[in-house]
Design a protein around this ligand. Structure first.
Ligand code: AGP
Length: 617
């Protein structure tokens, strides 16, 4: 949550910082702010509202400094307001700080600082940080250090040692006007290397157009960034070197590329994303290859249980992963919501394999759930879209979806590419274990190769989807029904609808309806049914018939030839193996939500209250 940008160079920092903030708004967008060093003072401009609001503030163009930090906020402590916006300063206006994450012990620290004479303007947890830096700079062991640079870095280190929680922090001070000090713990921060200038950001896409060379800061690692140097220190301020990483993402891939919204662009990118995910991992007639993980037959034969752990959409991708793994590998698999898993003392031992799915690779609960499994000696595999993200650095093995940057808060291409990757992983395990008929796997591979062109067919026919959206966009409630993998994908369809249209919706296993939820079905309520599995066809139709009888208006998304029926709308999609059918059936659902949100005039890419990566609990 929240976005951070920093710049040190010879150019005016403000336009670069604002540009970075604009591309980071998906991380939080209730307030924005900027601080630059102007000769020997820090100038701060900030306000509630979006980055455009900041851009239009009177005087913003007068900021001439070429060292600056900036922030776009997703409020945790204190409602959106100018006072609560970052950057925050200490009482003497000597230190400016932006912060992502949560300082859990801020109340105690605030009380301590108040007892020492400090006062506070905001309700944020962050404001303790610049004041703590000031406290350490002026008191105790650090205060006697003669070299100002060393003294400032030591004060930041001592302040950070007092913090409990998660943070990515940038600090500037006119005491050392040519540098930015950064540190992180459980919240991402990268440094982009330029020529005679360096950049800092919480996410790679924010600065991708300036550089492809990145340092990925580790937990508890400090860096001092000047225009020509980046110096790294461990938590005891011992200096060390760090390799640079070249990020292959195309800078244009992080733009809208002519589409009205990122979400629409990302929906239409799914055929390409899936081709990239498949890459060279398999060919017909050849076994799947995963050079990036070492899983032996001996190990896999001993695995007694697999956990797939994730949040939100990634968790929904995991549900289809479970079906695939159980079907192909015959290993009991459970899908867990990371925020529950991490606290419920799950049964994990060295024969448990834990798979973590996270588009961003920065989701706090998923990372914590991964650390838990490692403590209990389980093997861990991370599935992520972001190379070098925190989760991939924690896991024993990491495999990437290669879907390209996903900017819209509502996840679309990440979901389909996650399902594809976990399907390939399941086939790989099945080939190692010899647990499935070869023909079954070959057929599945053929079906997977055909997915991109089948998605293109759906995307070529959006009129009926748009038409449906136009008829239902004023509704207050909707229901999604499905069986098997159609149920898994219903959950994702329902989440998408809630996220970007604010329409209340529920997804149910169709057979579960009569155990309670059917009481909610009344005249005119919209029910979306998904029917893609021949074996479940009749039962699914009966369940939808039950809601029609009670007055529901129905849309059916199907790859079946349905008997002449009373459905109000039908969206036909191409046939595929039911194990991977969510990859096709989710597409109309993504588009339904998208068009409903557009008809309602909502901001599709930045829905209220949400942020792209949830780096706080
Ligand atoms: C998806 O539309 C959501 N915005 C959200 O559920 C997301 O999938 C979840 O927060 C997990 O994110 P991650 O994949 O980056 O871990």
């Amino acid at each position: 949550m929240c976005g951070i940008v920093g710049y040190v160079g010879s150019k005016k920092a403000t336009p670069i910082l604002i540009d970075g903030l604009l591309s980071l708004e998906y991380r939080g967008y209730d307030s924005a702010g900027i601080a630059t060093i102007e000769k020997d003072v820090i100038k701060v401009m900030k306000d509630k509202g979006r980055v455009n609001n900041l851009y239009n503030l009177e005087g913003i163009n007068d900021l001439e400094g070429s060292v600056g930090i900036a922030h776009t906020r997703w409020a945790t402590h204190g409602r959106p307001s100018k006072e609560n916006s970052h950057p925050h300063m200490d009482n003497s206006n000597t230190f400016a700080v932006v912060h992502n994450g949560i300082i859990e012990n801020y109340a105690d620290l605030k009380e301590f600082l108040i007892s020492k004479g400090y006062s506070f303007i905001s309700q944020t947890d962050t404001e303790v940080i610049p004041n703590l830096i000031h406290y350490h700079y002026s008191n105790g062991p650090v205060s006697v250090i003669k070299d100002i640079k060393e003294k400032l870095l030591s004060a930041v280190k001592n302040a950070v040692q007092d913090l409990k929680g998660s943070y990515a922090i940038e600090v500037i001070s006119p005491l050392c006007p040519e540098e930015i000090i950064v540190v992180r713990k459980d919240s991402p921060l990268v440094i982009g290397k330029g020529s005679n200038e360096n950049y800092i950001a919480s996410d790679i896409p924010a600065i991708l157009k300036y550089t492809k060379d990145f340092y990925l800061l580790d937990d508890n690692e400090f860096a001092v960034v000047t225009k020509n140097t980046v110096t790294f220190f461990d938590s005891s301020l011992q200096e060390h070197n760090k390799p640079i990483k070249n990020i292959e993402w195309d800078a244009n891939a992080a733009g809208k590329d002519g589409y009205e919204d990122y979400m629409l662009k990302e929906i239409f990118e799914q055929p390409t994303a899936i081709r990239e995910t498949i890459g060279s991992r398999f060919r017909l007639g050849e076994k799947c290859s995963f050079d990036d993980i070492e899983i032996s037959k001996e190990y896999l034969s001993k695995v007694n249980k697999i956990y797939i752990v994730a949040c939100g959409t990634a968790m929904h991708a995991g549900l289809t992963g479970k079906t695939l793994i159980e079907k192909l590998c015959k290993i009991p698999t459970t899908v867990e919501v990371a925020s529950e898993f991490r606290y419920r003392d799950p049964l994990i031992d060295e024969n448990t394999l834990c798979i973590y799915i996270s588009q961003s690779g920065e989701t706090a609960d998923t990372i914590a759930a991964l650390k838990l499994a490692k403590q209990k000696n389980a093997k861990t595999i991370a599935i992520s879209n972001v190379i070098g993200s925190s989760i991939t650095r924690e896991a024993d093995y990491s495999i990437y979806t290669h879907a390209g940057p996903e900017i819209a808060v509502a996840s679309t291409k990440a979901y389909t590419s996650q399902v594809v990757l976990i399907a390939i992983l399941a086939m790989h395990f099945a080939e190692i274990l010899d647990s499935s008929n070869k023909e079954v796997i070959e057929n599945l591979k053929a079906d997977m190769i055909d997915l991109p062109s089948k998605i293109e067919q759906i995307l070529d026919n959006t009129e009926v989807i748009k038409d449906f959206a136009k008829k239902v966009y004023t509704e207050k409630d909707m229901f999604f029904l499905g069986r098997g993998t159609d149920y898994n994908v219903s959950l994702e369809g329902s989440l998408k609808l809630k996220e970007i249209t604010y329409i209340h919706s529920e997804a149910y296993a169709a057979g579960e309806l009569k155990h309670g939820p059917i009481a909610l079905i009344e005249n005119g309520v919209t029910v979306i049914g998904i029917i893609t599995d021949d074996k479940l066809l009749e039962k699914s139709i009966s369940n939808i018939q039950e809601v029609i009888t009670r007055g529901a208006k129905t849309l059916v998304i199907t790859n079946q030839i349905l008997p002449n029926s009373h459905f109000d709308f039908i969206i036909n999609i191409p046939k595929t193996n039911p194990l991977i059918s969510p990859i096709l059936s989710v597409i109309p659902m993504q588009l339904i939500s998208y068009y409903i949100a557009k008809f309602k005039g909502l901001d599709v890419d930045k829905p209220r209250n949400l942020a792209k990566s949830v780096t706080v609990e």
